[in-house]
Design a protein around this ligand. Sequence first.
Ligand SMILES: [Zn+2]
Length: 337
Amino acid sequence: MKKIGLCVLVFVILCFLLPVVFTKPFQIAEASGQNTEKEENIIEGQTEQEYDYKQYNTIQLLHASTAEVEELPLDTYLYGVVSSEMPASFEKEALKAQAVVARTYTIYKIQNNSQKHEGADICDSSACCQEWISKEDRLAKWEESTREEYWNKIVTAVEETKGKIITYEGKPINAFFHANSGGKTETTLNVWGGSGYPYLQTVATTGEEGYTQYQSEVICTKQEFTDKIKEKHSDFTIDFSQANCIQVLEYTDGDRVKTIQIGNLSLSGVEIRTIFGLKSANFTITIEGDNIKFSVLGYGHGVGMSQTGADSMAKAGSDYVEIIKHFYTGVEVEDVS
Ligand SMILES: [Zn+2]
């Protein structure tokens, strides 16, 4: 009996604790369904596997909240990803670009992070892998009058791009995307460091100004501003009477703040974004009386495809391949089915 008890205990530990251990804790998350922050979280030193589309015709999806693993056809899984990552009201070609990006990202994850989740290929948490929503939950969140039209649009976007993925030199790319670039996309180097990717370069994009994600503001008092920085840097001091007490030292190629002098500290734009919860690192700071105002352009890390940029390009007549080739430099869209 003792032996059985021990087996049950080990089984319980494997079922419930391992997914917790292998699931990365909360990273960047923001209160917008359209925001699609993706973190650099490749397990270093892991060898790449060859991709076989038929092998991954079904995927093992880990539900992060229940630790259950569900087997789903790959494209059925993608309905739940595309519909949770991009508004279904967006143009059909933008949704098709998102479907190809999601398929590519899924396959890249399976190839490069296969040890991340025990017994599963990918999980449904946006903070860890890629957001996914069940059809039932998705439909419930849409107005009844739009449910059928929206769901059909999502299914069509996935089906019309069946088997299509984005490759660079014959391999699936790490297909980052975000909500709104603010005019120019960003390299991974300027967001997460590392050596970067040849296909993730800074590119200019137009038409994003018309979306709500384009422009935002954060206002705080001088005292709140000082306190928030002091939480991270206890040695922080600033004399607001000095004309150059806040000064941008360097911008990235994507027009975001790379480094900024604030009082006695030199900080990265990415850190300021995190400290003050800014929608992007493309910001200007102005002092207005007792207040500090951040004026922010864009929404998200800025790497890879801008979703609103994709929608804007689709409105101007671009198809999904043109959209993908605009945001990812030197790539091909290949059929691997
Ligand atoms: Zn995951």
